[in-house]
Design a protein around this ligand. Structure first.
Ligand SMILES: *Cc1c(COP(=O)(O)O)cnc(C)c1O
Length: 387
């Protein structure tokens, strides 16, 4: 008797997976564009760094491009090359520091680099000169973040040296806010004023950028005066309002992460579940095992803090988060193996979003989204590249 050929094992059949709604991405983009709209609407630079905040950079970038995004932005040349290879034609701004050596991607793939240090200006100018071309770049001014960028109070000294070089065309000038999501912090206003001063100083030095941009999601919601000629939302496009910002915009979360219960069992009083044997049960407890752990990007701080949805109810995470599983308390919920579990997203009218998880863990929603592990298969709903 011959054996039937083995059925191929598909990664898509893993019980834990993420679903990304590209129609929601487009709708969120439209909501931001409407918000900053008007007769002379600022451009929207759609931020898709860190694999599109964990959602998958290329499908998300295609959806944003089809929604009308005039420019995309990512962290480094490698991310931008991935987008180009995925068919993205829109201009791509690279936020990050340029390596001093390997700038080929900028030229081969037609990227828009940020010049944020004297060494970057030198390296980019040399690379452009070697090719006999001029490269359009964005100049970054550091107004108080104290990370990348030319210091706002030193432009008179640094600019002539940085920009008196051949091959560089400063198409835009920008800055980045450190505390836009903290309305109580005075640095936001201070940075805005410093940026305006910097723009005057640059004009006096003969720098005439075609456009100016500054605002991330929190800034664009809080302060119209940060809009200039363009805004740079990330978080809003993925459907989350930055916590701490008292504003509303009709955006909806884009990612749902689901799994299934694989086992249900009882624990007696005083027993524990998982590594470390923490948190002994105070009452007879029914627990369910869900095959998603820190290897899938779940945060170990979820233990005792986070919840998931099962049968439309919140079930708290009990015991340690393991690499490949969590255990949840389902006492009284009539849960069976095979029942759907929602780790992020909605089920029967209940919802857990990345903002809620971030608040429970004491971090920002950006981190929760980006954590979505490489083992998680993303499936895409919605029309891929049509408005
Ligand atoms: C990540 C990033 C943004 C977008 O920030 P959100 O808070 O996600 O809106 C904008 N500008 C720069 C320079 C960034 O690095």
């Amino acid at each position: 008797m011959s054996n039937p050929p083995p059925k191929p094992v598909s990664a898509a059949s893993r019980p834990t997976f993420a679903q990304v709604d590209l129609d929601a991405v487009r709708a969120n983009y439209a909501a931001v564009a409407r918000h900053v709209g008007g007769s002379a609407a600022p451009r929207v630079i759609a931020v898709v760094k860190a694999n599109g905040y964990g959602h998958g950079a290329v499908p998300v970038a295609r959806a944003l491009e089809s929604a009308g995004a005039g420019m995309l932005a990512c962290a480094d040349i490698e991310e931008a090359v991935t987008l180009r290879r995925g068919g993205i034609r829109a201009p791509i701004l690279v936020f990050g520091a340029l390596g001093v050596s390997d700038l080929d991607g900028v030229f081969t793939y037609g990227l828009t680099p940020t010049v944020s240090s004297p060494s970057a200006a030198r390296a980019l100018s040399d690379a452009a000169a070697r090719r006999g071309v001029t490269v359009a770049c964005h100049l970054k001014v550091d107004t108080g973040m104290n990370r990348l960028g030319f210091r706002f109070d030193n432009l008179g000294r640094t600019m002539p040296e940085a920009l008196g070089r051949p091959g560089l065309d400063v198409a835009a000038v920008y800055t980045h806010f450190a505390t836009a999501d903290d309305p109580a912090h005075p640095l936001f206003e201070r940075q805005r004023i410093r940026f305006d001063e910097s723009l005057r100083c640059l004009a006096a030095l003969g720098v005439r950028p075609a456009w100016i941009h500054a605002a991330n999601s929190a800034a664009l919601l809080r302060e119209r005066r940060t809009w200039y000629d363009g805004v740079r939302p990330g978080l809003l496009l993925y459907g989350l309002i930055p916590p701490g910002v008292d504003a509303s915009l009709p955006v909806a979360p884009v990612m749902t992460m689901r799994s299934r219960v694989v086992a249900v069992k009882g624990m007696r009083v005083g027993e524990t579940t998982g590594y470390g044997a923490h948190a002994p049960a105070e009452r007879p407890t029914t627990i369910a095992v869900v095959p998603a752990g820190y290897g899938d990007g779940l945060d170990v701080r979820m233990a005792g803090r986070g919840s998931v949805l099962v049968r439309g109810r919140r079930a708290p995470v009990v015991g340690a988060v393991s690499m490949d599983s969590i255990t949840i308390d389902v006492t009284g919920l009539d849960v069976s193996p095979g029942d759907e579990v929602v780790l992020v997203g909605a089920q029967c009218g209940e919802r857990i979003d990345a903002g809620e998880i971030a608040a429970a863990l004491g971090t920002v929603p950006h981190e929760i989204l980006c954590r979505t592990g490489s083992r998680i298969v993303r499936t895409y709903a919605g029309r891929p590249d049509r408005p």
